[in-house]
Design a binder for this molecule. Structure first.
Ligand SMILES: C[S@@+](CC[C@H](N)C(=O)[O-])C[C@H]1O[C@@H](n2cnc3c(N)ncnc32)[C@H](O)[C@@H]1O
Length: 343
């Protein structure tokens, strides 16, 4: 068997609102303004990019989507894993042919992926679960292999990165190839990863720095990434419509609706931290309707000022506008609140 394989790092995936490129800006602000930070809670963690910049601290990650929780646990989980075992599974999966019919071929053949890639995705996902149940993988190893599969799917999906639609009749540029995620074997044993509504979680945790990066417009992440979520959960639900989405009614975020300002207010009230750092861009009233920010600057300042003293930092970046308008460069802002009654 060919035992060569490629490796991947945390940023080898596409994700809306991913802050990887902003890490120098974020860490500069934290280093200059937030002394004595030992615990960082990244409570809308997405890919976990921001957490990856604070791996010398105790990390708390959280995301409403199970697929993100799994990736976060793969990168930052407190359980050790055997890198050799991951390499062996990845090599065997890449070599596998003749995967047969399964949930993926029945529902997604020749949509986002070719029939052959669907067969392989379904086979691999089923085998990860079987191997975990037989005790051949621990929880962290299961998460690493699912992460490897999700990243591999993202690389070949016939989409522009979002699963709202697939490019009909387009041919895949490559076939599914899993990479070995280059995750630290031994993370801080006090790290914790959660998969829940941030508004509930903050009632039970404390951290020196809480980083908040909520969705800022009406685009629900569970709609955009339904297929990755479906494969990560592997509950094999019925799927509907042209985009073949599952029922996502329990997965919607308040931060994409008109109740976002109120949700933000109660979130901030309930946070126990020395510092709260918020990323929120300035698209309000500028882009097309769906891109408009749900929480105004006035609401942000009012809510944070009740909690402590607030400073705003800005850095320009190129906005994502689905090509509908030619907006000038936008500023990504960081709102830093030094809490009056810091934990
Ligand atoms: C802007 S993205 C975060 C991106 C992340 N900082 C990164 O660098 O990849 C917002 C994230 O918040 C999650 N989310 C939305 N509503 C949430 C909620 N109520 N509680 C926790 N996570 C939520 C979404 O699933 C999404 O991954």
């Amino acid at each position: 068997m060919n035992t060569t394989y490629r490796t991947s790092t945390i940023n080898n995936r596409r994700y809306l609102g991913n802050k990887y490129k902003l890490l120098p800006f974020i860490t500069r602000v934290v280093e200059a303004e937030c002394p004595q930070v030992e615990t960082v809670a990244d409570i809308f963690s997405g890919t976990g990019a921001v957490s990856s910049a604070f791996q010398d601290k105790i990390l708390i990650t959280n995301d409403l989507m199970y697929s993100n929780y799994i990736c976060n646990f793969a990168w930052f989980g407190a359980e050790d894993y055997d890198p050799q075992r991951i390499a062996e599974f990845v090599t065997a999966y890449n070599a596998k042919t003749g995967c047969g019919e399964n949930y993926m071929t029945r529902n997604f053949a020749d949509t986002y992926f070719s029939r052959r890639d669907c067969a392989k995705i379904g086979y691999i996902r089923e085998d990860i679960e079987r191997s975990y149940k037989r005790g051949l993988l621990n929880r962290r190893e299961r998460a690493l292999l699912i992460t490897s599969l999700l990243y591999a799917m993202d690389r070949i999906a016939l989409t522009c990165g979002h699963y709202d639609a697939y490019r009909k009749g387009a041919k895949s540029e490559g076939s599914l190839e899993l990479c070995v995620p280059m995750a630290q074997v031994h993370n801080n044993p006090l790290n914790q990863c959660f998969n829940e509504d941030a508004n509930n979680l903050v009632k039970r945790i404390e951290a020196d720095l809480v980083y908040i990066d909520p969705p800022y417009n009406s685009r629900q992440y569970c709609d955009t990434y339904h297929l990755l979520e479906n494969v990560a959960r592997w509950e094999k639900p019925e799927v509907f419509g042209v985009a073949k989405k599952m029922d996502r009614s329990g997965m919607k975020s308040k931060y994409c609706t008109t109740s976002a300002p109120r949700a933000f207010e109660t979130l901030v009230q309930d946070i126990k931290a020395k510092y709260i750092l918020l990323s929120y861009n300035n698209m309000a009233e500028k882009g097309n309707g769906r891109s408009n920010a749900k929480i105004s600057d006035e609401d942000i300042m009012k809510t944070l000022s009740k909690k402590g003293s607030v400073k705003v930092f800005e850095e320009s970046y190129k906005a994502f506008t689905t090509g509908k308008s030619d907006l000038p460069e936008n500023a990504e802002r960081l709102f830093l609140c030094t809490c009056r009654d810091g934990a």
